[in-house]
Design a protein around this ligand. Structure first.
Ligand SMILES: [Zn+2]
Length: 385
């Protein structure tokens, strides 16, 4: 999981280098996700999924032209169509886009109740200052494609250290100005055509502060729901979104914030459909219990928590639903990420905690945040709702 460095100043060249380097795994993952998108969405065919994916390209170009160029570069380097790279990047959101939003007829999804994947995110301020991290739970067949990459364009002071997949712009990570972003998927019923969500993450990581990152998020049209953890060592914002709405549900850099894959906000709950097989409630219960029991205060302790197999299968934070169902399209913890904001250190791993203890990385370009002024540390999770 050593990060690959993409330092090309030109975004198209940077994407092309990404696409060329990982051409084979990008093709394999794009095939997997295209097939899953047909199976788990209301689009009736691969052509319809690709058509819907294509509708997202002009929206990306209009709002984030540099990341649009990078995505086209990935497609070119990997010898794939831009539409297939959108499917690879935007798979979890595409499933929630109603075909009518792109003028297509609906068909019944074959397995709409299957666990769509998840993620458990945890933030707290401990003896090392603010730390945050997440498990990344996704269809188990995604695990071989998990990578770390450092985007550090020559001639700039920018760097984003991203947890990602081959062919993906980035899913979570840390930027040069100490803006960290983690993500939890939410299943929305008001989905539409929006900016592909990994580009939203990258745009936030580049921001000069958590406040700016939050404003960037608010300014972009989205396709479907996510919970975004945004922290920079001074501020903390937890934003839940659906396709059409964004709500700040958690704030406060000293509090502990836990989240899984269902909305806390009562209005957003009206616009979500948590799939029947979801482990989200069980994982949130387990994360809250483990947090209260262990009172983690360091990145090491957060890491142990994220890799926990305590409890019944349904609630384990290191999840193995693919083994429960005997189907690699079900959810598994495909990776973990943890960030110590004060120092710009990042720990990352691929797959189950039993198989990968993680690698420690450090940002090369990093404007460390000042220590939080003295004050009372909140040691308990403030889970709202
Ligand atoms: Zn495990």
């Amino acid at each position: 999981m050593q990060p690959v460095v993409f330092d090309q100043a030109d975004p198209t060249e940077r994407g092309r280098a990404h696409g060329e380097l990982w051409r084979e795994p990008i093709g394999a993952l794009a095939d997997i996700r295209l097939a899953l998108a047909v199976r788990r969405s209301r689009f009736g065919s691969t052509e319809h999924v690709q058509q819907a994916a294509g509708a997202h390209l002009p929206v990306l170009e209009r709002h984030l032209p540099g990341l649009h160029a990078e995505l086209l570069g990935i497609a070119e380097g990997a010898n794939m169509s831009p539409e297939d790279i959108v499917v690879l990047n935007h798979y979890t959101d595409l499933r929630d886009v109603p075909p009518s939003a792109v003028g297509l007829p609906s068909s019944e999804a074959e397995q709409a109740d299957a666990d769509p994947g998840g993620c458990t995110s945890i933030y707290f301020t401990g003896v090392e200052g603010p730390v945050l991290g997440q498990t990344w739970d996704m269809h188990a067949s995604a695990e071989p494609f998990v990578r770390m990459m450092s985007v550090a364009p020559k001639g700039t002071t920018q760097q984003s250290l991203c947890f990602t997949l081959t062919g993906c712009l980035g899913m979570a990570g840390l930027g040069q100005d100490a803006v960290a972003v983690t993500i939890n998927n939410l299943s929305s019923t008001d989905g539409g055509v929006g900016v592909v969500w990994p580009a939203v993450v990258r745009a936030m990581l580049d921001a000069p502060s958590a406040t700016d990152a939050r404003e960037r998020l608010y300014a972009l049209p989205l396709s479907s729901g996510h919970y975004y953890t945004i922290a920079d060592g001074r501020d903390f914002f937890g934003v839940e979104s659906s396709g059409q709405r964004k709500v700040l549900t958690q704030v406060g850099p000293r509090a502990a914030h836990l989240h899984t894959n269902h909305c806390f906000d009562p209005v957003l709950r009206q616009h979500e459909a948590v799939p029947r097989g979801s482990t989200s409630f069980a994982r949130l219960n387990m994360a809250t219990t483990l947090y209260a029991q262990h009172r983690p205060s360091t990145l090491d302790e957060l890491w142990t928590l994220l890799g926990s197999h305590e409890g019944a299968m349904q609630g384990q934070l290191c999840t193995h639903q693919d083994e429960v169902h005997g189907d690699d399209s079900f959810s598994r913890t495909c990776g973990r990420l943890a960030i110590r904001l004060r120092t710009g250190e990042v720990r990352a791993a691929r797959g189950c905690s039993k198989n990968d203890a993680g690698i420690d990385l450090k940002m090369g370009r990093y404007n460390a945040p000042p220590a939080l002024p003295p004050g009372k540390m909140s040691r308990f999770a403030t889970v709202k709702g």
